[in-house]
Write a new protein. Structure first.
Length: 275
């Protein structure tokens, strides 16, 4: 792929580690020499807060203002609203204004494509663009799925989390059928895993035996850890907060899996072109 790869990190269930995964995958890819943009597509601004901006509601330039500019056909510079983080990743922040923007999209022509149109203007600047989605399947999430090449689904090994995957798969199928036929699922990332419990082990085994037949379940599993929860208050990644810990090691393995997926995809594309 000549342009940057766009990945939506999504699950309609909250509290499964979407934002933590976006931060640590993004900064993990930067540590591998990649250019990465993180887009906070949640009005709660969790990703923005996790990257050190404690009061995102005071920001003048956010995803909401960028999307309004697209709707109103205003000119944007390729750095509009983008903040550079000390660990090397770029961030397009979000705040509560995005909630109003999402509501306003209902009356906009081609409303599903607004985020995709913005990403088109900056895509060549990055190797990866990661979209941290809100825990719902509303218009902002549909925009993210329309803009994305693929999705990664963080999921806890719990009954309710696993049960909710069917709804998400149905939504992805609908988007693929009607709006974005090239959208694919890179895989399911198991987060907050406590491998000491029979319940977690049984759910993981069941998930791999059923869903895992058609959708990748990443080999890397993110262990349950208080350090991961504390990291969100540090304003940076788990690598900066607890670089030698088990969560940092798990995210490093996961980042390598994601990068290898893209390399295999590029290799297949080159071979198809030669043929």
């Amino acid at each position: 792929m000549e342009n940057g790869k766009v990945i939506a990190i999504t699950n309609q269930k909250g509290g499964v580690g979407k934002t933590t995964t976006a931060v640590n995958l993004g900064i993990g890819l930067v540590r591998m020499g990649k250019r990465v943009l993180l887009i906070d597509a949640d009005p709660q601004g969790s990703l923005t807060v996790c990257l050190g901006i404690r009061n995102p509601d005071v920001l003048d330039h956010t995803l909401a203002s960028v999307m309004r500019a697209v709707v109103e056909d205003k000119d944007l510079t390729d750095r509009s609203g983008i903040i550079h983080h000390a660990e090397g990743v770029d961030l397009l922040p979000s705040n509560i204004e995005l909630s109003g923007t999402e509501t306003g999209l209902v009356n906009v022509m081609s409303r599903e494509f607004v985020l995709k149109e913005y990403i088109r203007t900056i895509r060549n600047n990055y190797d990866y663009i990661l979209i941290d989605c809100m825990p719902s399947l509303g218009m902002m999430t549909i925009n993210a799925l329309t803009a994305a090449d693929s999705i990664i689904i963080p999921s806890q090994p719990s009954y309710l989390s696993a049960k909710g995957l069917d709804i998400l798969f149905s939504s992805v199928s609908r988007v693929r059928r009607t709006i974005n036929p090239s959208l694919c699922i890179d895989g399911i990332l198991l987060t907050m895993v406590d491998s000491r419990t029979n319940n977690a082990r049984n759910i993981i085994a069941s998930l791999k035996a059923t869903v895992g037949q058609s959708i990748r379940v990443f080999d890397s599993e993110i262990p349950h850890s208080v350090r991961a929860a504390e990291c969100s208050l540090s304003g940076g990644s788990i690598y900066a907060y607890d670089g030698n810990g088990k969560v940092a090691q798990a995210y490093e393995r996961f980042t390598k899996e994601v990068a290898e997926l893209e390399e295999r995809s590029k290799y297949r594309s080159r071979n198809d072109w030669v043929r």
